[in-house]
Design a protein around this ligand. Structure first.
Ligand SMILES: [Zn+2]
Ligand SMILES: [Zn+2]
Length: 68
């Protein structure tokens, strides 16, 4: 399950709740795993699966430990 960070209130929101939450906060979201920014429902709807575990691992090696 992909989780997102609300730009407005900072809440962590799961994919199925994004539309509902976006309607309330009127803001965009960042994907927690890949740090991509999504500013509209059309954008986050396309993000049904995130980077693979391997990519995440390489990214962690490259950039150092991520702050969660
Ligand atoms: Zn919010
Ligand atoms: Zn992602």
């Amino acid at each position: 399950m992909v989780s997102f960070n609300c730009h407005v209130c900072g809440d962590v929101v799961k994919k199925p709740k994004l539309d509902q939450h976006g309607a309330r906060c009127h803001g965009g979201f960042d994907c927690i795993d890949c740090s991509k920014t999504f500013n509209s429902p059309a954008e986050w709807k396309g993000h049904t699966s995130c980077i693979s575990e391997a990519e995440k691992y390489q990214k962690t090696l490259y950039k150092g430990p991520q702050v969660r």
